[in-house]
Design a binder for this molecule. Structure first.
Ligand SMILES: *[C@@H]1O[C@H](CO)[C@@H](O)[C@H](O)[C@H]1NC(C)=O
Length: 294
């Protein structure tokens, strides 16, 4: 059992029962990119490596690249570890989002706006329901997102959407249909990600351009996990990494998470549409002024 010559892949089948169990749990917790995703564009610039454990997107002067999930999700808790473009990433945008089809689409966005070396990325977030967004919030991070992988999570259930980083919530969007705010709940969405050039607006509002002498720019992805309801041919079936763990379906912020959300919003939020009164001269959107909104 302690034989050092066993490789990790063969050890799963040759160890005692306890280890087989531990092994299958590990397999379940990080899905294989080859099975879960299709590369959608970029002419070879997106690559699935290490037998499906790692995915990289790259961008050069000719093109960016992207991928999307094979599955369509109707609610889920979706984790991905991402390591953003290091060094001088000014002008680049790494988008990571869920989106449905059609002209009245729903969408939940993380967008990472690059910067000059040593200057902070901006995490730009937005939520669209029925084709309408205009719900931007932007944040700095409390760590360097290019030095290592960090876990970006979208929790989406019938009551709320929570965007988190390493388990710390940045943003919560509650279901406020009761006051007439459309909420994404009928249209299945695919997980998508892309790396592209947006130097007309991304960094310092477009003042800093992409420096192509640093190309190709690369972002990396690993340890995708979806506890989610998967939609196929009209039916929805829900799965979890451990069968007893469907807590995400009704998950909400506990008091500790609420405090961390408040901490992020107080210290790291740099733009909030809900406080941009110049932008909404007719009055702030209803979800911003509802008493229980955050
Ligand atoms: C880039 O760095 C500048 C200077 O620190 C900062 O004002 C800006 O918000 C940073 N991020 C982006 C994406 O422009």
């Amino acid at each position: 059992m302690a034989s050092p010559s066993l490789s990790t892949s063969t050890s799963c089948s040759s160890l005692v029962l306890f280890s087989i169990w531990a092994c299958s749990l590990m397999v379940a917790s990080a899905a294989n990119f080859n099975q879960e995703f299709d590369i959608t564009w970029g002419d070879g610039r997106a690559k699935i490596l290490k037998d499906g454990e790692l995915l990289t997107l790259s961008l050069d002067k000719l093109s960016g690249s992207g991928f999307q999930s094979r599955n369509e999700y109707l609610f889920g808790k979706i984790d991905m570890q991402i390591k953003l473009v290091p060094g001088n990433s000014a002008g680049t945008v790494t988008a990571y989002y869920l989106r449905s089809e059609g002209s009245l689409w729903d969408e939940i966005d993380f967008e990472f706006l690059g910067n000059l070396s040593g200057n902070p990325y901006i995490v730009h977030t937005n939520i669209f329901s029925q084709g309408k967004g205009n719900r931007e919030q932007q944040f700095y991070l409390w760590f360097d997102p290019t030095a290592d992988f960090h876990t970006y999570t979208v929790l989406w259930n019938s009551q709320r959407i929570i965007l988190s980083v390493d388990g710390t919530p940045l943003r919560e969007f509650k279901n406020m249909e009761s006051i007439g705010v459309p909420y994404p709940k009928n249209q299945p969405m695919r997980l998508q990600s892309s790396l592209w050039n947006a130097d007309d607006w991304a960094t310092r509002g477009g003042l800093v351009k992409t420096d192509w002498t640093h190309a190709p720019f690369t972002a990396s992805y690993r340890n995708f996990n979806a506890d989610a309801c998967i939609r196929s041919s009209g039916a929805s079936s829900c799965s979890s990494s451990s069968s007893s763990n469907d807590a995400w379906l009704s998950e909400e912020l506990d008091s500790t998470s609420q405090e961390r959300l408040n901490w992020v919003q107080k210290n790291y939020m740099i733009y909030n549409y809900c406080t941009d009164t110049n932008r909404f001269p007719q009055g702030l959107p209803p979800e911003c002024t509802a008493t229980n909104s955050s």
